[in-house]
Design a protein around this ligand. Structure first.
Ligand SMILES: [Zn+2]
Length: 354
């Protein structure tokens, strides 16, 4: 009898732990859903991380809980009421204050966006979906122009929003892997082709994809270049820069982690390639992914080692008439290809064959 009771006790404890773990996982996933898109949310890596973090929290709370309970027992009834009420007040007011501040900021961005962008939606769209795209576009355009464009052009950027991504893909030659793109003709207003962002309801709110910020970065680069063609820059350089500038914020974190893991997994293939591929290797979508991830990490390396401004300084010098190679060399003191080897050594942490 004694042993069965003990087993029952253990079982109860284990069940309790499991139930709390499941609840914690749900809470953490709900919290993350604010930053991640639904498709990313159930990515095995994210789920595994959430479960690990939850288990760690439970472990800590169990220890901390016992200490807190001891302090609580010493409180008078009046003191307990005050503590409880302040917690409830905080729990109600804090989220309200945060949502209000966010809403107000969004309204400001939307007002500014109406002067900068002209939206043409290709398919029926809810206002929230248009707003979500405009907010992301405006944020990035204002931020980058303030830093890098002295006298920005006065055109309104055309934004074509697609509800059906196959329709969007039909507008480009590289149909099957393009998720968004921009069409830039010097002297004319650029056009951005974007899939619609998720609309944000209270429970369904999702962070934007990096698409709007990525394409906007291309436009700002072309503005720095003035009337010169983007072809003066290696594709890996300006795609890497667009990735780098669009994945910086907290919402870019899952993409950054994914990028990093993807490169580590493809280490052998990357090491075996002599240079960074300087064109779109359009053969298959894996190569494309590798190209973007690698370009991103290389530009991130340049910005980290030589400062945020350095990469944009190269674009600036090219706009003043220098070739890319000499512009790069004067900023980084090395050729693009040699610096790439330095990056590989730093990234993978071991000596490469000469
Ligand atoms: Zn791009």
């Amino acid at each position: 009898m004694v042993t069965t009771r003990r087993i029952h006790g253990k079982l109860k404890q284990a069940m309790g732990f499991l139930v709390s773990l499941v609840i914690l996982v749900i809470i953490l996933l709900l919290f993350l859903s604010d930053f991640l898109n639904p498709s990313k949310l159930l990515h095995p890596l994210i789920v595994a991380t959430v479960i690990l973090v939850s288990a760690a929290i439970l472990f800590l709370v169990d220890r901390l809980g016992k200490k807190l309970a001891a302090i609580w027992r010493q409180f008078s009834r009046k003191k307990r009421l005050v503590v409880l009420l302040s917690f409830v007040g905080l729990a109600i007011l804090l989220p309200l204050a945060i949502s209000f501040a966010r809403w107000e900021n969004d309204q400001k961005l939307l007002t500014a966006a109406s002067g900068q962008f002209l939206v043409e939606s290709q398919g029926p769209l809810a206002k929230g979906q248009i707003d979500n795209s405009l907010i992301e576009l405006e944020k990035q355009l204002t931020k980058l122009r303030r830093l890098y464009v002295k006298s920005p052009p006065t055109y309104r950027i055309v934004v074509k929003l697609y509800t059906d991504s196959s329709e969007l893909q039909a507008r480009t030659l590289n149909a099957d892997w393009v998720s968004a793109f921009v069409s830039i003709t010097p002297g004319q207003a650029p056009t951005i082709f974007l899939p619609t962002e998720e609309g944000g309801g209270f429970w369904t709110k999702t962070a934007a994809t990096p698409n709007p910020a990525h394409e906007t970065t291309h436009i700002v680069v072309s503005e720095v270049l003035k009337n010169r063609t983007m072809r003066l820059l290696p594709v890996s350089f300006h795609e890497g820069l667009a990735q780098y500038e669009s994945l910086k914020d907290t919402t870019g974190l899952p993409y950054r982690i994914e990028n990093y893991i993807y490169l580590i997994l493809n280490k052998e293939k990357i090491i075996s390639m002599e240079d960074i591929p300087d064109h779109h290797p359009i053969e298959n979508s894996n190569d494309i992914r590798l190209f973007y991830s690698l370009s991103y990490e290389y530009v991130r390396f340049l910005a980290r080692e030589h400062g945020e401004l350095s990469v944009w300084q190269v674009v600036q010098s090219v706009s003043e008439g220098k070739t890319f190679d000499s512009a790069f060399q004067s900023v980084f003191g090395e050729t693009y290809k040699n610096e790439y080897q330095t990056f590989l050594k730093a990234f993978f942490g071991y000596g490469l064959p000469p």
